[in-house]
Design a protein around this ligand. Structure first.
Ligand code: SF4
Ligand code: SF4
Length: 196
């Protein structure tokens, strides 16, 4: 992917976003970033990113919200932790990538029918409702929202998996689901408090 090289202006900054970044989980140490580039050098996906991890750290702490939240980099991150291992300033880059994904989902900063955020949303909804996911239903929900026509092409494979007992249509649930919901709510409330 071609790297974006556009001139940034002071007026394009969003100070609230910069403040949020340094208070959110993962961003606590972002202002210590040296811009050494070790994160980009160690990232196996940086070659395909529009902004390398080093550039993303810089744009984030300066408050260039639109560039950061609409970047493909946050969705390409596979949470391998290589960047965090190498970072001399112990910046929690991987955790910050998660926080950026979450904010991009909340503010709908992604292309229509882009499957990764849809998958993340449906995954968390299923965990909230049932305490765990059922893969067949998760796949169905994602394809219905992103590429319904591809479902037809995959029906043969789905049937084979079903016959082989590798796919179930029965929704799986755990007990004490209310406790899981309470736990998730308290995590969300803590996140909000940290961001205030
Ligand atoms: S490795 Fe750490 S200090 Fe170096 S550019 Fe990346 S985030 Fe900044
Ligand atoms: S955690 Fe993400 S950003 Fe860091 S090296 Fe792995 S893929 Fe790259």
């Amino acid at each position: 992917m071609e790297l974006k090289r556009t001139i940034k202006f002071e007026a394009d900054r969003d100070p609230e976003f910069a403040r949020w970044i340094s208070h959110t989980v993962g961003g606590e140490r972002i202002r210590h970033c040296l811009q050494c580039g070790l994160c980009s050098a160690s990232c196996p996906l940086s070659l395909y990113m529009d902004y390398t991890p080093r550039r993303l750290m810089h744009l984030s702490r300066e408050g260039f919200k639109e560039e950061v939240l609409s970047s493909s980099s946050i969705w390409l991150c596979t949470a391998c932790y290589a960047c965090m291992v190498e970072c001399p300033k112990k910046i929690n880059i991987t955790h910050l990538m998660y926080a950026l994904k979450q904010r991009a989902i909340e503010e709908r900063f992604y292309p229509k029918r882009f499957p990764i955020p849809v998958m993340a949303q449906q995954f968390s909804r299923m965990v909230r409702d049932s305490g765990r996911i059922t893969e067949s239903w998760l796949i169905l929900r994602v394809f219905l929202r992103t590429a319904i026509w591809r479902l037809l092409g995959m029906s043969g494979l789905g049937w084979k998996l079903f016959i082989a007992g590798r796919m179930t249509v029965k929704k799986e649930k755990v007990e004490r689901r209310a406790e899981i919901r309470t736990l998730l709510d308290s995590v969300a409330a803590t996140r909000k408090e940290l961001a205030l």
